[in-house]
Each structure stands twice: as structure tokens, then as C-alpha cells.
Design a binder for this molecule. Structure first.
Ligand code: ADP
Ligand code: MG
Length: 584
């Protein structure tokens, strides 16, 4: 190794700048934050990708005084830390590094005017030096133009080559920031063309409207408002119902005191709140805004300010989990409608033509049979009619048929509903087990003939946790070196394959470091037990049984989705059905 030496200034600058400005979108983020801190009401963002990349951001905020213009590009120069107190930061910026870092890796031109100034003033900065300084034209507010990006930073230049990807990140950055600032107008242009435009709403439904604009109608209609308040923490936001789920957290936004952060731990807590409602590789979409006292967080933990550290993280986690869980459990049967939409799309546009073509050719070949069957009037039994009359009052209507021993067809006044009987029953069993566990009264059935289950060397895990497993309604004892004798199982499961139940139970138990039946473990254990219910899986049901299942669904929390986040029912309005037949 060579001798130790202090690095030359320009290298020190580039290293420091590299931490703040990771790639082009970081510039957009920093400049947007400055405009927001300057209390701008309108912010325009221009990105030029043709030729040399350029980024320009204009705001109508408070502006920068002529004297401060020379200072703002210096390292650690900021107007935002008051009384040198890092503990009281209510602005997005505070490190006084962004303009310094940007000017270390590019050429920038800042034009600014405060209300007090008669004319705007302009500076041009390159490699941290002001190379021009003069009066200029300009309205109240600030514009920052960034050019020659990474001209002296070859390893980062690669980001400029994939403009599509970079523009995508820029758009995502703008969307996130717009989500946390619904009162500001944002306009984004790529090569002069308007690509995003978020205009403020004058009424109090600001946040929800901005979410509608950014995350779209499907999320808007599939989300629930959550609100919670405890000591000085407040939480407010929208969470998707479980059947509206995605393969990543990409669309989710966590905002802490107006700052969009990326926090794996908080996302983990949110995922935990959905446990039992979503499969492991599916994620809800959430927009959550937290307000936390200054004294409870440290915002100064990341060079790009994308993380914060919470001092009372446990308390916060419990507020988040409880608020989400409660909301999901009390919201009843909501349907995201996205499955129905996919289905209906099959019959629209080009697809519709194909479908009609098929139908026509079917009937052409059918006509030659000239069947009288078709002309027979439909018979409606008195019993069915009675059931149909009741439909107005039930959310899931009255059962009218069963398909393939798997699906129940029911009807309400203006909807036809299809229920996946197994998925629905699985959820009902799970919720029933959970609530009876909490009340300490899981009903057990004693097997007529105790069953011998082979568990090999896993026997230790079962015996070590015997008492805890018994609390789940399963009674067993050891039987030789590698088997168990099972005497009781929860009654609600009916007649099931007990060996399979134990195989699955082992997989779950083995995942826990220690079995201590906390809320999450219970959820997981019962969901692996519940999928062994036999009662309605692939069974023919009579009308009464079907209606009973529908009524149970209506009274069971979370029964709109199975344990993996798939819907337990879908519904089509009579209007939709009319559309299918081309009547509207
Ligand atoms: P920080 O935001 O951490 O203070 P910056 O380097 O981003 O650091 O900005 C330095 C200073 O320049 C800010 O503290 C602020 O006073 C001023 N400034 C930067 N951008 C703007 C703007 N768009 N409007 C008004 N003032 C600005
Ligand atoms: Mg800043």
C-alpha cells in the first residue's frame, strides 16, 4: 500500500457530492425540496434529454436574497437551522449541501428574486466557483438550471446513457413528493412535453384527490382511510384492501413529518399487519403519513435524507399495526373490483369481437339441431322465489346455484355474485379459531379412534411445545420414538387428513425461532390449520348450506379475501352483464 496522504480538494468535493447526488433524480429531489421549503405554490420541472441532459426547476417561493446567492452554493451553508439546533428541523433541507454538491458535479445557473428586490439576480457556478454574477429578468421565486451533469465524474455518467430509466426515476420522485404536498401545483415536462401535472385542490379532500391522480382509480376505490392518534404521534393515510395487492412495495409511500422516506422496517411492520390476509410475496399499497414530535426523531441519519431514526420505535410500530389491523377487520366485505374488470375486459374492444365471432359460429352449428329445450320457460320454485325476495337485505345476496362443487352463485337486487366456497370457508374457520382461542374456548372433537401420525425426528419440536399446541385445540401424546398419537382436533375442521395437518404444522413451527404464540404466530399457525378444513371443500351444498355460508361470510371479519389475499367472492352488476350481451 502507498503512504497515507490527504486527498486534494477537488477529490474531496466529488466524494462529498457523490453521497448527496447519487444520480440525476437526486438533483430533482433536492431542488424540489428547496422549492417546498421556500413555500412555493407552483413548481415546474423541465428535463431535457435530447443532446446534453439538462434539468431546470422553477418555483414561486420566497426567493434568495442577492447577498445570499453567493453563499447558498457553499458547503454547509443553510438558512434552515435556527439557533444551531439540529433537534428542531421542520424543513426538508438542513444540511446546506445540496446546491454545493450539485455545483461540484455540474454547471448551474440560479436566478432568484425576493419580494423586496426590484430585479432578479443571477449567478452561474461551475466546479463550485461563481463564474458570472449579474442582474437578470425574473419573477419572484427561484429557478435553477443544471447542465453538464457529471462532466467531471465519469463513473456517474453512465446514468445519463439510459435516459428512459432515469426519466422513470425522476417521475417516481415527483409523484412521491407530490403525494406528500397536495397543496402545491406540480408540472413536469420532458423535452418540452407535459408529462405530469398535479394541480392542487381547493377543498379539504386534497390528499385523497392527489392519491386518485397518482395511484389511480383502482387504488382509490380499493383503499381504506386509517387514522390513529396516541400521545404525540398521529397517523393518517390510505391502505389497500388485501385483494388489491402488488408484487412489490413500489407504489407505497411513507411520509414522516412531510418527508418521504424509505424505511424497510416500517414497511415490514405494515406487512405484518396484513399477515394472514396476504401471501408472503404479495404487498399492499399504502400511503401513510406520520406526524412525530421533533424530539422523537433524528432526521440526520442519511446523506440523502431518505431515512429517519425513531426513538420510540416500539410504540410507533404498535400504533401502525393496531390501526391497520383494526381497519381491515372492521371494514366488512369490500371488493376491489379489479378481478371483475379483468373479466369484463375480455369482452370489450378487440376481444369482444373475437368472443362474438366464436358465439356466432357456435350458434350457426347449433341451429341445425333445432332443439325445443331452449323454448321451455324457466321454472322458479317457490322456495327460490322466497329466497330471491330476501336478497335486498343481504350484502352477498341469496344463493341460487352451485357450480362444479366449488362456486356458489348468488344474487342481490342488482348484482350477481360468485363465491369461492373453499376460500371463503377457510377464512371463516381461521377467524373462528382465532376468536375462540382468544376466549380460551376452542371446541374440540375427540377422535373415535386416536390416529397415529409419523413425525420422525421432528417429534422433539412437537413434544417441546406440547402445551402450546394443545392451546390450539390439538391434543396428542408421544407414541414410540417417531410418532404421535392424536386424540383431539378442533371440531370446526371436520373430517380431515390429520397427517397432512401435522406436516404443515411442523413447517410453520419450524420457522419460528421460539414458539411463544404471540399475535403473529397465532395468525400463521391458525392459517395453516384452517386450510385443512374439510367441511366445504369440493362438496355439494344445498341451498340452505350455501346461504349459511354466505351469512357466515357477512358476519366474519376479513372474509372478503382468503388467507393469501385472493378474493373470496367477485360480483358483477346487472349493468355489467347487460354490457356483456351488448345491450348497452
Ligand atoms: P439546505 O436546503 O439544506 O439548506 P441547499 O444547499 O439545498 O441546503 O440550499 C442552501 C440554501 O439556499 C437554503 O438553505 C436556502 O436558504 C437557499 N435556497 C436554495 N434553494 C432555494 C429556493 N428554491 N428558494 C429559496 N431559497 C433557496
Ligand atoms: Mg436543500
Amino acid at each position: 500500500m502507498d503512504k497515507i496522504r490527504i486527498l486534494p480538494n477537488n477529490i474531496i468535493q466529488t466524494i462529498a457530492a457523490g453521497e448527496v447526488i447519487e444520480r440525476p433524480y437526486s438533483i430533482v429531489k433536492e431542488l424540489l425540496e428547496n422549492a417546498i421549503d421556500a413555500r412555493a405554490k407552483n413548481i415546474d420541472i423541465h428535463v431535457d434529454t435530447l443532446g446534453d441532459s439538462k434539468i431546470k426547476i422553477l418555483d414561486d417561493g420566497i426567493g434568495i436574497d442577492k447577498r445570499d446567492l453567493n453563499l447558498c452554493i457553499k458547503r454547509h451553508a443553510t438558512s434552515k437551522i435556527i439557533h444551531n439546533d439540529l433537534g428542531k428541523i421542520d424543513t426538508l433541507g438542513f444540511r446546506g449541501e445540496a446546491l454545493y454538491a450539485i455545483s461540484a458535479v455540474s454547471r448551474i445557473e440560479i436566478i432568484s428574486k425576493t419580494e423586496q428586490m426590484n430585479t432578479a439576480f443571477k449567478i452561474i457556478v461551475q466546479d463550485n466557483n461563481i463564474i458570472e454574477n449579474m442582474p437578470s429578468k425574473g419573477k419572484n421565486g427561484t429557478s435553477v438550471l443544471v447542465e453538464k451533469l457529471f462532466h467531471n465524474f465519469p463513473v456517474r455518467k453512465k446514468f445519463l446513457s439510459n435516459k428512459k430509466a432515469e426519466n422513470y426515476y425522476i417521475r417516481e420522485t415527483i409523484k412521491n413528493i407530490a403525494m406528500s404536498n397536495p397543496k402545491i401545483n406540480f408540472n413536469y415536462y420532458e423535452d418540452g412535453k407535459s408529462k405530469l401535472s398535479f394541480l392542487n385542490f381547493k377543498n379539504e379532500r386534497n390528499v385523497k384527490n392527489r392519491i386518485l391522480e397518482i395511484l389511480g382509480k383502482d387504488f382509490y376505490e380499493s383503499s381504506l382511510l386509517v387514522e390513529a392518534k396516541k400521545s404525540f404521534f398521529t397517523l393518517k393515510g390510505y391502505i389497500s384492501i388485501p385483494t388489491y395487492n402488488k408484487s412489490s412495495w413500489k407504489d407505497s409511500v411513507i411520509i414522516v413529518n412531510n418527508r418521504v422516506i424509505k424505511d424497510r422496517k416500517i414497511l415490514g411492520v405494515i406487512k405484518a399487519a396484513y399477515s394472514g390476509l396476504l401471501a408472503g410475496n404479495r404487498f399492499p399499497v399504502v400511503v401513510l403519513s406520520l406526524r412525530v414530535p421533533f424530539s422523537d426523531i433524528d432526521v440526520n441519519v442519511h446523506p440523502r435524507k431518505t431515512e429517519v431514526s425513531f426513538y420510540r420505535i416500539k410504540e410507533l410500530n404498535s400504533i401502525i399495526i393496531k390501526a391497520i389491523r383494526k381497519k381491515l377487520e372492521t371494514s366488512g366485505l369490500i371488493n376491489s373490483g379489479i378481478y371483475e374488470k379483468k373479466f369484463l375486459n375480455i369482452f370489450s374492444g378487440e376481444n369482444k369481437e373475437k368472443y362474438l365471432q366464436k358465439k356466432r359460429s357456435f350458434f350457426e352449428s347449433y341451429e341445425s339441431f333445432n332443439s325445443n329445450e331452449l323454448n321451455k320457460p324457466e321454472k322458479i320454485s317457490a322456495e327460490l322465489k322466497k329466497e330471491l325476495d330476501k336478497t335486498k337485505t343481504y350484502r352477498l345476496g341469496s344463493a341460487i346455484a352451485q357450480i362444479n362443487k366449488m362456486f356458489i352463485v348468488s344474487q342481490t337486487e342488482n348484482k350477481v355474485i360468485l363465491v369461492d366456497q373453499h376460500a371463503a370457508h377457510e377464512r371463516i374457520v381461521l377467524e373462528k379459531l382465532k376468536s375462540s382461542y382468544l376466549n380460551n374456548n376452542i371446541e374440540r372433537q375427540t377422535l373415535l379412534i386416536p390416529e397415529i401420525i409419523k413425525v420422525d425426528s421432528n417429534i422433539k419440536l412437537f413434544l417441546n411445545n406440547k402445551e402450546k399446541i394443545e392451546k390450539l385445540g390439538i391434543k396428542f401424546e408421544s407414541y414410540g420414538e417417531d410418532s404421535l398419537l392424536v386424540r383431539d382436533i378442533p371440531s370446526i375442521l371436520g373430517k380431515i387428513k390429520i397427517q397432512e395437518l401435522f406436516d404443515d404444522l411442523f413447517i410453520q413451527l419450524n420457522r419460528f425461532e421460539e414458539v411463544d404464540l404471540n399475535g403473529l404466530q397465532i395468525e400463521k399457525l391458525f392459517s395453516s390449520i384452517a386450510c385443512h378444513n374439510s367441511v366445504r371443500a369440493g362438496r355439494k351444498l344445498n341451498t340452505e348450506e350455501m346461504n349459511n355460508l354466505l351469512r357466515l361470510m357477512e358476519s366474519t371479519p376479513n372474509s372478503g379475501q382468503c388467507n393469501h389475499g385472493r378474493p373470496t367472492f367477485i360480483e358483477l352488476s346487472i349493468k355489467d352483464i347487460e354490457r356483456l350481451f351488448g345491450r348497452t
